[in-house]
Ligand binder design. Structure first.
Ligand code: AMP
Ligand code: FE
Ligand code: FE
Ligand code: ZN
Length: 285
């Protein structure tokens, strides 16, 4: 049976739903299990735990932003899902504090640079866009759109806010290996998110994935809206060879993306294996 969607976002990162709204949407889609995986935070867990509809359960987790070196040594972005880990483990709390501090400082530096260049925005406007989440370039881009400086968020990423541009300030990311290690240390279950989406595919060859299994990697997200048929078939083969679990999820972001909750799902027996391995129990309704 396919009654679980293990990768979703709320307002605690870049989704638009509250945890309560997300769970209501999940129930309406016929799901019984929902993975809550906001970017680099577990702050949505408490609200989710309070609003689990009867008969449903929430697998608390997070989507860690990590980097892994490619063949040329350049760091490539890889997203890592962690499920059912102890969010108070010192490795997790220290890393997330570092990320919040670094993003707060970096957001202020980018805005300062933009203001100095004459763009009519303020840090408060950017903070408003970020809400409860960490400040990122998408929030600055939306502020620039509202100020009429540019037409779309995409334009900002191709111009004013581009990597290596005059207003760019880089961030130190968690390494993929560190991310797997900290999830494992905190008793959680690490699964690589959308391993064949965008650039991650270039660094996540079968031999690299094999080395990550030794670090403690538990699974691969195979069914994902960004994966075509060929990618799914390839990943199923790799997972079988390496003894990895395979999951499926929508990567729902509420109104911020057109994905429907539950449009991709995970097999119930895989969900049970993840639940068995996790240090934390799912939240039940
Ligand atoms: P940051 O982490 O603050 O450097 O911002 C990078 C984030 O912006 C990525 O994780 C994406 O979610 C988002 N992003 C990158 N490129 C674009 C784009 N062209 N349009 C909209 N969002 C983007
Ligand atoms: Fe996102
Ligand atoms: Fe992702
Ligand atoms: Zn995601």
């Amino acid at each position: 049976m396919l009654t679980a969607d293990l990768h979703t976002h709320t307002r605690f990162s870049d989704g638009t739903d509250t945890p309560e709204e997300l769970l209501a949407a999940a129930q309406a889609a016929g799901l019984t299990t929902v993975g809550l995986t906001d970017h680099d935070t577990a702050d949505g867990w408490d609200q989710a735990a309070e609003h689990v509809p009867p008969g449903m359960r929430v697998v608390p987790g997070a989507e860690f932003s990590t980097k892994h070196p490619g063949g040329d040594g350049a760091l490539v972005s890889v997203h890592l899902l962690g499920y059912l880990f102890d969010r108070d483990h010192p490795l997790i709390t220290a890393e997330w504090k570092r990320i919040v501090d670094e993003r707060t400082n970096r957001g202020a530096r980018i805005v300062q640079s933009l203001v100095a260049a004459g763009y009519p925005i303020t840090l408060d406007q950017v903070r408003d866009k970020a809400g409860r989440g960490n400040i990122g370039r998408p929030h600055i881009a939306r502020t620039l759109v509202d100020a009429g400086v540019i037409g779309t968020v995409g334009e900002a990423f191709e111009g004013i806010l581009e990597d290596g541009g005059p207003h760019h300030v880089s961030l130190r990311s968690t390494s993929l290996v560190e991310g797997i290690e900290m999830i494992v240390a905190a008793g959680g279950v690490p699964v690589i998110a959308h391993p064949r989406a965008r650039t991650a595919a270039a660094v996540l060859s079968a031999p690299v994935l094999e080395t990550l299994v030794d670090v403690g990697l538990a699974g691969l997200e195979v069914r994902h809206p960004d994966h075509d048929h060929a990618a799914r078939a390839e990943l199923v083969g790799i997972a079988a060879d390496l003894g990895l679990l395979t999951t499926g999820s929508s990567d729902y972001h509420g109104g911020n993306k057109t994905l429907r909750i539950g449009q991709e799902r995970t097999d119930d027996d895989v969900v049970e294996q993840i639940v068995d391995r996790g240090a934390v129990a799912p939240f039940v309704g």
